[in-house]
Design a binder for this molecule. Structure first.
Ligand SMILES: [Cu+2]
Length: 177
């Protein structure tokens, strides 16, 4: 009897363990693992201050993005849970198919690992562990990180994954064992 033992790979692909070149950080990106971003169903109304100069940054109507956790300069054990917050802009899944025109006042999160904030209007790299896209509109990720101090940039991009001016925050986090 013919026995074909196919020595193929085990058919399981585990969550892409992306290794940053320098071996500094090992990121286990499970961004797409959370299937229920149901808390995003309610469109956050972007209130433009009616009587203020557009672009002026008054407390009430400020458009900003920020780390809910960890806090800037925090010390944390691995895995580190990241939670992102945004104000004045709606965080929403990227529409399927080719996006001809990005929807105004709408974006999604990106987490840059060992990255600084990017200038506005630039395309956020894809296919690299250095930038995790949260194209489903989600706002949290657990990351395995090596001990040491790491730098993260939380950057909002539009439906074409282009940075939106001013919508970024960068922090450092120190990871213990
Ligand atoms: Cu993106």
């Amino acid at each position: 009897m013919y026995r074909s033992e196919y020595p193929g790979r085990p058919g399981r692909v585990r969550a892409t363990a992306a290794r940053v070149a320098a071996g500094v950080v090992i990121v286990v990106a499970v961004a797409c693992g959370s299937p229920a971003p149901s808390n995003e169903s309610e469109p956050a109304v972007a209130t433009a201050p009616a009587e203020d100069h557009p672009g002026d940054d008054h407390g009430g109507g400020a458009t900003r993005v920020f780390f809910v956790e960890p806090k800037a300069g925090a010390t944390s054990k691995s895995p580190v849970r990241f939670v992102f917050g945004a104000e004045g802009i709606t965080i929403s899944p990227v529409p399927e198919g080719t996006v001809e025109t990005p929807r105004p006042q709408i974006g999604h999160h990106h987490l840059g690992v060992e990255q600084d904030c990017m200038p506005g209007g630039q395309e956020i790299p894809r296919g690299t562990p250095n930038w995790v896209h949260f194209g489903k509109g989600d706002n949290t990720i657990d990351m395995q990180l090596t001990p040491g101090t790491h730098k993260f940039a939380l950057q909002v991009g539009d439906d074409q994954h282009r940075t939106i001016e001013g919508l970024c925050e960068a922090i450092t986090v120190t990871v213990t064992e």
